[in-house]
Design a protein around this ligand. Structure first.
Ligand code: SAM
Ligand code: SF4
Length: 361
Protein backbone atom coordinates (compact mmCIF):
# COMPACT_ATOMS: atom_id res chain seq x y z
CA UNK A 1 0.00 0.00 0.00
CA UNK A 2 1.26 3.51 -0.79
CA UNK A 3 2.39 5.73 2.05
CA UNK A 4 1.31 9.18 3.19
CA UNK A 5 2.18 11.71 5.91
CA UNK A 6 -0.32 13.89 7.74
CA UNK A 7 0.18 17.44 9.00
CA UNK A 8 -2.35 19.11 11.30
CA UNK A 9 -2.18 22.85 11.84
CA UNK A 10 -3.23 24.32 15.18
CA UNK A 11 -3.36 28.07 14.60
CA UNK A 12 -3.51 29.44 18.10
CA UNK A 13 -0.91 30.99 20.37
CA UNK A 14 -1.14 32.75 23.71
CA UNK A 15 0.77 35.68 22.27
CA UNK A 16 2.50 36.31 18.97
CA UNK A 17 6.31 36.12 19.17
CA UNK A 18 8.06 39.15 17.68
CA UNK A 19 9.68 37.25 14.80
CA UNK A 20 6.90 34.85 13.86
CA UNK A 21 5.00 34.93 10.58
CA UNK A 22 3.36 31.51 10.88
CA UNK A 23 -0.42 31.47 10.69
CA UNK A 24 -1.60 31.72 14.29
CA UNK A 25 -4.12 33.80 16.19
CA UNK A 26 -4.89 34.48 19.84
CA UNK A 27 -8.22 32.64 20.16
CA UNK A 28 -10.46 32.21 23.20
CA UNK A 29 -11.74 28.77 24.21
CA UNK A 30 -14.96 29.10 22.25
CA UNK A 31 -13.11 30.01 19.05
CA UNK A 32 -10.63 27.19 19.60
CA UNK A 33 -13.50 24.71 19.93
CA UNK A 34 -15.09 26.04 16.75
CA UNK A 35 -11.81 25.54 14.89
CA UNK A 36 -11.41 21.98 16.15
CA UNK A 37 -14.96 21.16 15.06
CA UNK A 38 -14.18 22.31 11.50
CA UNK A 39 -10.81 20.54 11.55
CA UNK A 40 -12.46 17.27 12.52
CA UNK A 41 -15.04 17.68 9.77
CA UNK A 42 -12.20 18.16 7.31
CA UNK A 43 -10.40 15.04 8.56
CA UNK A 44 -13.56 12.93 8.53
CA UNK A 45 -14.55 13.97 5.01
CA UNK A 46 -11.20 13.05 3.50
CA UNK A 47 -10.79 9.52 2.10
CA UNK A 48 -7.62 7.96 0.76
CA UNK A 49 -6.29 4.47 0.32
CA UNK A 50 -2.76 5.01 1.67
CA UNK A 51 -1.10 4.02 4.91
CA UNK A 52 -0.05 6.79 7.30
CA UNK A 53 3.68 6.79 8.11
CA UNK A 54 3.95 10.04 10.04
CA UNK A 55 1.66 12.53 11.74
CA UNK A 56 2.82 15.99 12.76
CA UNK A 57 0.72 18.28 14.94
CA UNK A 58 2.24 21.72 14.41
CA UNK A 59 1.35 25.31 14.93
CA UNK A 60 0.82 27.75 16.36
CA UNK A 61 0.90 26.13 19.75
CA UNK A 62 -0.56 22.60 19.82
CA UNK A 63 0.25 22.33 23.54
CA UNK A 64 -2.61 24.80 24.11
CA UNK A 65 -5.10 22.15 22.93
CA UNK A 66 -7.46 21.00 25.68
CA UNK A 67 -7.47 17.30 26.59
CA UNK A 68 -10.91 16.96 25.02
CA UNK A 69 -9.84 18.55 21.74
CA UNK A 70 -6.67 16.54 21.29
CA UNK A 71 -8.56 13.32 21.99
CA UNK A 72 -11.17 14.29 19.40
CA UNK A 73 -8.47 14.89 16.78
CA UNK A 74 -6.87 11.50 17.39
CA UNK A 75 -10.24 9.74 17.44
CA UNK A 76 -11.00 11.24 14.04
CA UNK A 77 -7.58 10.30 12.67
CA UNK A 78 -7.79 6.70 13.86
CA UNK A 79 -11.35 6.32 12.59
CA UNK A 80 -10.49 7.66 9.17
CA UNK A 81 -6.99 6.40 8.42
CA UNK A 82 -4.97 3.25 8.51
CA UNK A 83 -2.02 4.32 10.67
CA UNK A 84 1.16 2.24 10.57
CA UNK A 85 1.88 0.70 13.97
CA UNK A 86 5.39 2.22 13.83
CA UNK A 87 4.22 5.62 12.63
CA UNK A 88 6.21 8.61 13.89
CA UNK A 89 3.73 10.91 15.65
CA UNK A 90 5.05 14.35 16.67
CA UNK A 91 3.53 17.24 18.58
CA UNK A 92 5.07 20.71 18.84
CA UNK A 93 4.97 22.13 22.35
CA UNK A 94 5.89 25.44 23.93
CA UNK A 95 7.75 25.29 27.27
CA UNK A 96 5.22 27.52 29.06
CA UNK A 97 2.10 25.60 28.08
CA UNK A 98 3.20 21.98 28.30
CA UNK A 99 2.40 20.22 31.59
CA UNK A 100 3.04 16.74 32.98
CA UNK A 101 -0.67 15.87 32.57
CA UNK A 102 -0.54 16.85 28.91
CA UNK A 103 2.63 14.83 28.31
CA UNK A 104 0.99 11.76 29.90
CA UNK A 105 -2.01 12.28 27.66
CA UNK A 106 0.19 12.59 24.54
CA UNK A 107 1.84 9.29 25.39
CA UNK A 108 -1.52 7.72 26.09
CA UNK A 109 -2.94 8.66 22.67
CA UNK A 110 0.09 7.35 20.77
CA UNK A 111 2.28 10.42 20.26
CA UNK A 112 5.92 9.32 20.31
CA UNK A 113 7.93 12.43 19.45
CA UNK A 114 7.98 15.84 21.14
CA UNK A 115 9.33 19.00 19.51
CA UNK A 116 9.98 21.79 22.01
CA UNK A 117 10.33 25.45 20.99
CA UNK A 118 13.30 26.47 23.13
CA UNK A 119 14.75 29.14 20.76
CA UNK A 120 17.42 30.30 23.26
CA UNK A 121 18.45 29.65 26.84
CA UNK A 122 19.15 33.29 27.60
CA UNK A 123 16.42 35.11 29.51
CA UNK A 124 17.19 38.52 28.04
CA UNK A 125 17.06 37.12 24.49
CA UNK A 126 13.83 35.25 25.19
CA UNK A 127 12.23 38.45 26.50
CA UNK A 128 13.49 40.48 23.53
CA UNK A 129 11.89 38.11 21.02
CA UNK A 130 8.62 38.04 22.92
CA UNK A 131 8.69 34.49 24.24
CA UNK A 132 6.55 33.68 27.26
CA UNK A 133 9.03 31.24 28.79
CA UNK A 134 12.42 31.66 30.43
CA UNK A 135 15.47 29.38 30.64
CA UNK A 136 14.16 27.63 33.75
CA UNK A 137 10.83 26.80 32.10
CA UNK A 138 12.58 25.49 28.97
CA UNK A 139 14.78 23.16 31.02
CA UNK A 140 11.85 22.04 33.14
CA UNK A 141 9.78 21.20 30.06
CA UNK A 142 12.58 19.07 28.60
CA UNK A 143 13.07 17.22 31.90
CA UNK A 144 9.34 16.56 32.11
CA UNK A 145 9.17 15.38 28.51
CA UNK A 146 12.12 13.03 29.16
CA UNK A 147 10.05 11.25 31.82
CA UNK A 148 7.68 10.02 29.12
CA UNK A 149 9.54 10.24 25.81
CA UNK A 150 12.98 9.44 24.41
CA UNK A 151 12.43 11.04 21.02
CA UNK A 152 12.72 14.73 21.84
CA UNK A 153 13.65 17.56 19.54
CA UNK A 154 14.40 21.17 20.45
CA UNK A 155 14.29 24.27 18.24
CA UNK A 156 16.91 27.01 18.44
CA UNK A 157 17.14 30.24 16.44
CA UNK A 158 20.46 31.48 15.06
CA UNK A 159 21.13 35.15 14.41
CA UNK A 160 19.39 36.75 17.37
CA UNK A 161 20.82 39.94 18.89
CA UNK A 162 23.83 39.29 21.19
CA UNK A 163 23.74 35.53 20.41
CA UNK A 164 27.07 34.88 18.73
CA UNK A 165 27.47 31.46 20.21
CA UNK A 166 24.64 28.96 20.44
CA UNK A 167 26.95 26.00 21.13
CA UNK A 168 26.41 26.42 24.87
CA UNK A 169 22.67 25.97 24.39
CA UNK A 170 23.14 22.87 22.24
CA UNK A 171 25.47 21.49 24.91
CA UNK A 172 22.83 22.00 27.61
CA UNK A 173 20.08 20.49 25.44
CA UNK A 174 22.17 17.38 24.80
CA UNK A 175 22.98 17.02 28.51
CA UNK A 176 19.22 16.99 29.14
CA UNK A 177 18.75 14.10 26.71
CA UNK A 178 17.56 15.90 23.57
CA UNK A 179 18.15 13.66 20.53
CA UNK A 180 17.32 16.08 17.73
CA UNK A 181 18.10 19.78 17.29
CA UNK A 182 16.58 22.09 14.69
CA UNK A 183 18.51 25.30 14.41
CA UNK A 184 16.83 27.86 12.16
CA UNK A 185 18.46 31.01 10.82
CA UNK A 186 16.45 34.02 11.90
CA UNK A 187 14.14 35.18 9.12
CA UNK A 188 12.82 38.69 9.38
CA UNK A 189 9.37 38.94 7.87
CA UNK A 190 7.51 42.12 7.06
CA UNK A 191 4.44 42.66 9.26
CA UNK A 192 6.19 41.28 12.32
CA UNK A 193 7.10 43.26 15.40
CA UNK A 194 10.74 42.33 14.89
CA UNK A 195 10.72 43.90 11.44
CA UNK A 196 9.49 47.22 12.91
CA UNK A 197 12.01 47.06 15.76
CA UNK A 198 14.83 46.58 13.25
CA UNK A 199 13.53 49.42 11.06
CA UNK A 200 13.42 51.67 14.12
CA UNK A 201 16.98 50.57 15.00
CA UNK A 202 15.82 49.15 18.32
CA UNK A 203 16.86 45.57 17.53
CA UNK A 204 20.08 44.42 15.90
CA UNK A 205 20.19 40.86 14.60
CA UNK A 206 23.63 39.38 13.95
CA UNK A 207 25.44 40.28 10.76
CA UNK A 208 25.61 37.57 8.06
CA UNK A 209 29.29 36.77 8.73
CA UNK A 210 28.57 36.32 12.44
CA UNK A 211 25.64 34.02 11.66
CA UNK A 212 27.80 31.88 9.36
CA UNK A 213 30.54 31.64 12.00
CA UNK A 214 28.06 30.73 14.70
CA UNK A 215 26.47 28.13 12.41
CA UNK A 216 29.82 26.58 11.54
CA UNK A 217 30.76 26.33 15.23
CA UNK A 218 27.47 24.64 15.95
CA UNK A 219 27.89 22.17 13.07
CA UNK A 220 31.39 21.27 14.31
CA UNK A 221 30.22 20.84 17.89
CA UNK A 222 27.21 18.70 16.99
CA UNK A 223 29.39 16.50 14.79
CA UNK A 224 31.67 15.83 17.77
CA UNK A 225 28.56 14.90 19.76
CA UNK A 226 27.62 12.35 17.05
CA UNK A 227 24.69 14.36 15.76
CA UNK A 228 24.22 13.75 12.04
CA UNK A 229 23.48 16.84 10.00
CA UNK A 230 20.79 15.40 7.80
CA UNK A 231 19.57 18.77 6.56
CA UNK A 232 20.89 22.31 6.59
CA UNK A 233 19.04 23.16 9.85
CA UNK A 234 18.46 19.71 11.31
CA UNK A 235 20.73 17.48 13.39
CA UNK A 236 19.98 14.15 15.04
CA UNK A 237 21.53 11.20 16.79
CA UNK A 238 21.39 8.28 14.33
CA UNK A 239 17.86 6.86 14.24
CA UNK A 240 16.23 10.05 15.55
CA UNK A 241 16.00 11.89 12.22
CA UNK A 242 12.46 13.20 11.66
CA UNK A 243 10.72 10.85 9.22
CA UNK A 244 8.07 13.47 8.66
CA UNK A 245 10.58 16.06 7.44
CA UNK A 246 12.43 13.50 5.32
CA UNK A 247 9.15 12.76 3.57
CA UNK A 248 8.81 16.46 2.62
CA UNK A 249 12.37 16.71 1.36
CA UNK A 250 12.13 13.54 -0.69
CA UNK A 251 8.80 14.45 -2.30
CA UNK A 252 6.63 11.87 -0.60
CA UNK A 253 2.86 12.45 -0.49
CA UNK A 254 1.43 14.39 2.44
CA UNK A 255 -1.98 15.65 3.45
CA UNK A 256 -2.35 18.82 5.51
CA UNK A 257 -5.43 19.56 7.58
CA UNK A 258 -6.31 22.95 9.03
CA UNK A 259 -5.97 26.58 8.09
CA UNK A 260 -2.95 27.37 5.87
CA UNK A 261 -1.91 23.73 5.60
CA UNK A 262 -0.51 22.33 2.35
CA UNK A 263 -1.00 18.94 0.75
CA UNK A 264 0.91 17.20 -1.99
CA UNK A 265 -0.84 14.12 -3.31
CA UNK A 266 -0.39 12.27 -6.59
CA UNK A 267 1.24 15.31 -8.24
CA UNK A 268 -1.35 17.83 -7.02
CA UNK A 269 -0.68 20.65 -4.58
CA UNK A 270 -3.53 21.90 -2.42
CA UNK A 271 -3.32 24.90 -0.12
CA UNK A 272 -5.98 25.62 2.49
CA UNK A 273 -6.94 29.25 3.15
CA UNK A 274 -5.14 30.93 6.06
CA UNK A 275 -7.97 33.17 7.27
CA UNK A 276 -10.26 31.15 9.52
CA UNK A 277 -13.53 32.27 7.92
CA UNK A 278 -12.20 31.34 4.47
CA UNK A 279 -10.91 28.01 5.75
CA UNK A 280 -14.32 27.29 7.32
CA UNK A 281 -15.99 27.95 3.98
CA UNK A 282 -13.72 25.34 2.38
CA UNK A 283 -11.57 27.74 0.32
CA UNK A 284 -8.58 26.01 -1.22
CA UNK A 285 -6.15 26.47 -4.07
CA UNK A 286 -5.57 23.28 -6.02
CA UNK A 287 -3.05 23.00 -8.85
CA UNK A 288 -1.14 20.34 -10.71
CA UNK A 289 2.47 20.89 -9.81
CA UNK A 290 4.10 22.30 -12.92
CA UNK A 291 7.44 20.90 -13.93
CA UNK A 292 9.35 24.20 -13.50
CA UNK A 293 8.27 24.53 -9.86
CA UNK A 294 8.92 20.88 -9.22
CA UNK A 295 12.43 21.10 -10.71
CA UNK A 296 13.23 24.10 -8.51
CA UNK A 297 11.82 22.50 -5.38
CA UNK A 298 13.62 19.22 -5.99
CA UNK A 299 16.96 21.02 -6.38
CA UNK A 300 16.40 23.32 -3.42
CA UNK A 301 15.21 20.64 -1.02
CA UNK A 302 17.49 17.88 -2.26
CA UNK A 303 20.74 19.84 -2.13
CA UNK A 304 20.05 21.07 1.38
CA UNK A 305 19.79 17.62 2.86
CA UNK A 306 21.75 14.42 2.84
CA UNK A 307 19.25 12.69 0.53
CA UNK A 308 20.31 14.63 -2.58
CA UNK A 309 18.48 15.16 -5.86
CA UNK A 310 17.86 12.60 -8.59
CA UNK A 311 19.36 13.67 -11.92
CA UNK A 312 17.14 11.19 -13.73
CA UNK A 313 14.02 12.69 -12.16
CA UNK A 314 15.12 16.21 -13.20
CA UNK A 315 15.71 14.97 -16.71
CA UNK A 316 12.24 13.36 -16.83
CA UNK A 317 10.87 16.77 -15.84
CA UNK A 318 12.74 18.34 -18.74
CA UNK A 319 15.94 19.63 -17.12
CA UNK A 320 19.30 18.11 -18.01
CA UNK A 321 21.31 19.51 -15.10
CA UNK A 322 24.48 17.80 -16.40
CA UNK A 323 24.50 20.40 -19.19
CA UNK A 324 24.58 23.30 -16.74
CA UNK A 325 28.18 24.70 -16.75
CA UNK A 326 27.96 25.72 -13.07
CA UNK A 327 26.88 22.21 -12.15
CA UNK A 328 29.81 20.72 -14.07
CA UNK A 329 32.15 23.13 -12.31
CA UNK A 330 30.76 22.30 -8.84
CA UNK A 331 31.16 18.58 -9.59
CA UNK A 332 34.75 19.10 -10.79
CA UNK A 333 35.55 21.05 -7.62
CA UNK A 334 33.90 18.30 -5.52
CA UNK A 335 31.43 20.80 -4.05
CA UNK A 336 28.70 18.61 -5.51
CA UNK A 337 29.35 14.89 -5.75
CA UNK A 338 27.53 12.18 -7.62
CA UNK A 339 26.59 8.71 -6.54
CA UNK A 340 24.79 6.80 -9.27
CA UNK A 341 21.90 8.97 -10.26
CA UNK A 342 21.90 11.20 -7.15
CA UNK A 343 23.68 14.56 -6.77
CA UNK A 344 24.62 15.68 -3.26
CA UNK A 345 25.94 18.99 -2.01
CA UNK A 346 28.90 18.49 0.33
CA UNK A 347 27.56 19.58 3.73
CA UNK A 348 30.64 21.85 4.15
CA UNK A 349 28.89 24.15 1.67
CA UNK A 350 25.43 24.25 3.29
CA UNK A 351 26.07 27.75 4.63
CA UNK A 352 26.48 29.04 1.04
CA UNK A 353 23.86 26.74 -0.48
CA UNK A 354 21.59 29.64 -1.50
CA UNK A 355 24.33 31.00 -3.72
CA UNK A 356 25.10 27.59 -5.27
CA UNK A 357 21.46 26.67 -5.84
CA UNK A 358 20.82 30.00 -7.55
CA UNK A 359 23.24 28.91 -10.27
CA UNK A 360 21.44 25.65 -10.81
CA UNK A 361 17.83 26.71 -11.19
C1 SAM B 1 6.01 26.66 13.54
S1 SAM B 1 7.02 27.28 14.78
C2 SAM B 1 6.01 26.70 16.11
C3 SAM B 1 6.67 26.18 17.32
C4 SAM B 1 6.10 26.54 18.65
N1 SAM B 1 4.88 27.26 18.57
C5 SAM B 1 7.07 27.40 19.40
O1 SAM B 1 7.12 28.57 19.06
O2 SAM B 1 7.71 26.92 20.29
C6 SAM B 1 8.38 26.19 14.61
C7 SAM B 1 9.71 26.82 14.79
O3 SAM B 1 10.01 27.71 13.74
C8 SAM B 1 11.04 28.57 14.16
N2 SAM B 1 10.72 29.91 13.66
C9 SAM B 1 9.53 30.52 13.62
N3 SAM B 1 9.64 31.73 13.05
C10 SAM B 1 10.95 31.90 12.73
C11 SAM B 1 11.71 32.95 12.12
N4 SAM B 1 11.13 34.08 11.75
N5 SAM B 1 13.03 32.75 11.92
C12 SAM B 1 13.62 31.60 12.29
N6 SAM B 1 12.96 30.58 12.89
C13 SAM B 1 11.64 30.72 13.10
C14 SAM B 1 11.10 28.52 15.68
O4 SAM B 1 12.30 27.91 16.06
C15 SAM B 1 9.91 27.65 16.03
O5 SAM B 1 10.15 26.85 17.15
S1 SF4 C 1 6.93 31.00 17.31
FE1 SF4 C 1 5.44 29.52 18.02
S2 SF4 C 1 4.53 30.47 19.88
FE2 SF4 C 1 5.57 32.07 18.80
S3 SF4 C 1 3.94 33.02 17.60
FE3 SF4 C 1 5.01 31.53 16.27
S4 SF4 C 1 3.86 29.69 16.45
FE4 SF4 C 1 3.23 31.02 18.16
Amino acid sequence: MEKISIYIHIPFCERKCNYCAFVSYCLNEEKQNEYIKKLIEEISNFKINKIVQTIYIGGGTPSLLSENNIRKIFDALRKNFLIDKDAEITIEVNPNSVTEEKLKLYKDIGINRISIGVQSLNNKTLREIGRLHDKKAAIKSIKLARKYFTNISADLILGLQHEKNVVKYAKKLISLGVKHISCYMLEVHENTKLFSLIQERRYFPLQDEEVVKSYQNLVKFLKRKKFIQYEISNFAICGYESKHNINYWTFGDYKGFGASSHSYIDGYRIENASKLEEYYSGKQIKEKKNSKTEIEERIMLGLRCKYGVSIKKLSELGYDIMENPYFKDYVEKKIIYLNDDIAYLDSKYYSVSDYIIEHLI
